[in-house]
Design a protein around this ligand. Structure first.
Ligand code: SAM
Ligand code: SF4
Length: 325
């Protein structure tokens, strides 16, 4: 459906859980995830009902995310049921990859065609530090299993942070040389409590423009190529002769609000019409109460789309692990 600014909003990003088996520095503020009691999370049935309501409004693209979506039992089954609803065009999953190897068959059977896998470093110890405990080998195993399955569009997402992993741009980009995958570099959004950058400190966010300059020093980069399938926020380039693509995502320096086609459903049952704004439409308690009706639910989803702001401003009330990225 069209929002108030004429954008065709047809994509929903669903955080199925706030739980995660990693605690990436840029995503989670503090040492611990701020977990909600289980009963405050939407049940899988409630998520399915909201998806069905969105489907009647023309939503046809759904991405499942978290926290880490694969730590919640029953998520592949949920995706399969969503895929059976009329009019669904695309199902994808954002994952940290650590549990992927054992789930690829189930995900393919459920109809998932797009896998976005976070990969911020190729150095074991650094990866462990950034993710506060993550195991690089297991993630690489998950990526390998996804590629071998030959059923998914695989995109590896790297949040590049100055002084943390910006020296790995070349190595990460090189993954596209001989493999059918896309590596996407994402500008660090100053979320959570981490490295917001003090007055006299260098800005931890590196613009995609600066990233391109680094890549061009090492590679012959072709610009404005039509990238892999997808209508997300990335623009794509390619190393000449490479098998895969490089995506650049610039939420900070070149926001893509005018092309934004999505809304978000948080794990605790709020619709967020913009990632970076705190306006939220609470659905959970109302859905569990006596006033609930399905037709009113459709109206509430519609209202969230209509109230989508023209552009974002940074509001830092929530961690990404809560919102779903
Ligand atoms: N756990 C899954 C994963 O790591 O891919 C899915 C959820 S995670 C919140 C979704 C995406 O948000 C990841 O690609 C992650 O890198 C990104 N993200 C989290 N915090 C971010 C930040 N401060 N700036 C930019 N991207 C961020
Ligand atoms: Fe977990 Fe993903 Fe956030 Fe890392 S980016 S803490 S893997 S939700």
């Amino acid at each position: 459906m069209k929002d108030s600014f004429g954008r065709n909003v047809h994509s929903m990003r669903i955080s199925v859980t706030d739980r995660c088996n990693m605690r990436c520095d840029y995503c989670v503020s503090g040492d611990k995830l701020q977990l909600r009691p289980a009963q405050e999370l939407l049940s899988l049935e409630e998520i399915e009902t909201i998806v069905r309501a969105a489907g009647t409004l023309g939503f046809d693209t759904f991405r499942f995310t978290g926290g880490e979506p694969l730590v919640r039992e029953g998520v592949p089954g949920l995706i399969e049921r969503v895929g059976a609803l009329p009019g669904i065009r695309k199902l994808s999953l954002s994952t940290n990859g650590s549990l992927l190897a054992r789930h690829v068959d189930q995900l393919a059977d459920a109809g998932v065609t797009g896998l976005n896998i976070s990969l911020d470093s190729l150095v074991t110890e650094r990866f462990r530090r950034i993710t506060r405990g993550g195991n690089l080998a297991r993630v690489l195993e998950g990526i390998g299993a996804a590629l071998r399955k030959d059923r998914f569009t695989v995109k590896l997402n790297a949040v590049i942070v100055r002084g943390i992993n910006d020296d790995e741009l070349d190595e990460l980009a090189s993954l596209t040389l001989n493999q059918p995958l896309t590596v996407r570099f994402i500008e660090y959004m100053p979320f959570g409590a981490w490295r917001a950058g003090g007055e006299n400190e260098p800005d931890p966010t590196i613009s995609t423009q600066e990233m391109m300059q680094v890549l061009e020093r090492r590679f012959d980069v072709e610009e404005n190529v039509s990238g892999p399938v997808g209508e997300g926020p990335a623009r794509y380039v390619k190393i000449k002769g490479a098998e895969g693509f490089i995506g650049l995502i610039s939420p900070v320096y070149q926001p893509f609000c005018e092309r934004c086609n999505r809304i978000r459903l948080t794990s605790d049952g709020h619709i967020k019409s913009c990632l970076l704004q705190d306006d939220r439409f609470a659905l959970r308690d109302w859905m569990r109460g006596p006033e609930y009706s399905y037709s009113e639910l459709v109206m509430r989803v519609r209202d969230a789309v209509l109230l989508k702001p023209r552009e974002h401003s940074y509001s830092r009330g929530l961690d990404m692990s809560t919102v779903g990225g």
